[in-house]
Design a protein around this ligand. Structure first.
Ligand SMILES: Cc1ncc(COP(=O)(O)O)c(C=O)c1O
Length: 399
């Protein structure tokens, strides 16, 4: 069959091959330790599940308004107002099938062919693909480990020209766990205003913060930023609801209207039952406790991992302040060999670790960096201990 240029332009996820290999090995009975997870390992809380059961029993099983039921839009508006410090009306908010569809909607409604979108690197694997799908050109702006992978205005500025339409900010960040401070966001906002750039602020990990870190949304910097920022959030990561597929977008009314029109022809409303459950996730008095329990567990695991990494020669990392990932620098292993096979990039590292020590990690090339692999602490302490014992032995045998 002849496929469209658009379809042919979508790259296969570089994580797929190693994921497939790790799944196959598991199936064959190997005891694999998986550090590849992109979702909390906790179950969705009971009080949220109960709301879904009630919705089902009440027959809440029909189409809803395309942009979500009014109660959920209003709760999402309050939720985003609380997390950003900026107030939104319900008509400036819409509900989509996960933060991923929010991003697609936003990019589709913003980009004309050839528009450039600035993406700080390392980046979440989906951003460049969505930009290309929407006719834009992804432009990668490097951040570095020494500065905790934070985006700096002086590094960003040379990448700006009159084809740049948008900038994607993701703080807390996947895969680095970096959290952008207010001062840096103020400087970035100045550049956005001066150069008429729209900012898409992906704040999906905003509740998962450590070491007293505070979340700042770039939309809160000043009124000008309100007019040029699209905020994206959702229930997936904060309430362990990745499978429910509910995300929300807040932004100026004209783009919310355009995105609602788009969604009306692509997917219609997000799942009615999941909307009812998400309403409870955002409004139940237990919600802060739910987040705290997860954050406490993630913090423990992160600290354990950081301690182990410190004691393994050839490995290093910057301390992640949010989300549940560590960008592990593996460049100290390049040029070394195990059983005659050399490690020379993130894929050869991940391959050898999986093949010989049954630990799966995500090669950094998926995120635009060969120097790192991403390890997730959204897995049990028992797995983490076992995985690090294996990684330590693997590194000690490299010659
Ligand atoms: C940075 C980032 N944004 C968005 C998403 C997508 O979230 P959702 O599952 O709500 O579509 C993810 C999921 O991994 C993510 O890491």
């Amino acid at each position: 069959m002849n496929l469209s240029e658009k379809a042919l332009g979508i790259s296969q996820s570089p994580t797929l091959a190693i994921n497939a290999k790790s799944k196959q090995m598991k199936k064959e009975g190997h005891d694999i330790v998986g550090f590849g997870s992109g979702e909390p390992d906790f179950d969705t809380p009971e009080y949220i599940k109960r709301a879904a059961v009630e919705a089902l029993n009440e027959g809440f099983t029909k189409y809803t308004p395309v942009g979500g039921i009014p109660e959920l839009r209003s709760a999402a508006a309050d939720y985003i107002a609380e997390s950003t410090g900026v107030s939104y009306d319900a008509n400036q908010v819409m509900i989509s099938n996960g933060a991923k569809q929010c991003l697609f909607n936003a990019l589709y409604c913003l980009l004309n062919p050839g528009d450039k979108v600035l993406i700080p690197s390392p980046y979440w694997v989906t951003y460049p693909e969505l930009v290309k799908l929407c006719g834009g050109e992804p432009i990668f702006v490097p951040t570095n480990e020494k500065e905790g992978f934070k985006l700096k205005a002086d590094i960003l500025e040379p990448f700006i020209d009159d084809k740049v339409k948008a900038l994607i900010i993701n703080s807390p960040n996947n895969p680095t766990g970096s959290v952008y401070p207010k001062e840096d966001l103020e400087e970035i906002a100045q550049l956005a205003i001066k150069n008429n750039i729209t900012v898409i602020s992906d704040e999906i990990y905003e509740k998962l913060l450590y070491d007293g870190e505070k979340h700042t949304s770039i939309v809160s910097i000043n009124d000008d930023m309100f007019d040029r920022t699209i905020v994206i959030n959702g229930v997936s990561k904060s309430y362990s609801m990745t499978g429910w597929r509910i995300g929300f977008i807040a932004g100026p009314e004209n783009i919310v209207k355009a995105m609602t029109n788009l969604q009306s022809h692509t997917t219609s409303n997000p799942n009615s039952i999941a909307q009812k459950a998400s309403l409870v996730a955002l409004t139940n008095p237990l919600k802060d406790e739910t987040v705290k329990e997860m954050v406490d567990a993630f913090l423990n695991r992160r600290n354990y991992m950081l301690n182990r990494i410190k004691n393994i020669p050839a490995l290093s990392c910057s301390v992640p302040k949010g989300a549940f990932y560590i960008a592990l620098n593996i460049s100290g292993t390049f040029g070394k060999k195990l059983n005659g096979k050399e490690i020379y990039d993130s894929t050869s590292f991940a391959d050898q670790l999986l093949e010989n020590y049954k630990v799966s990690v995500v090669p950094g090339i998926a995120f635009g960096s060969e120097e790192i692999v991403r390890i997730s602490y959204a897995t049990s302490m028992q797995n983490i201990e076992k995985g690090f014992d294996r990684i330590e032995e693997f590194i000690s045998l490299l010659k």
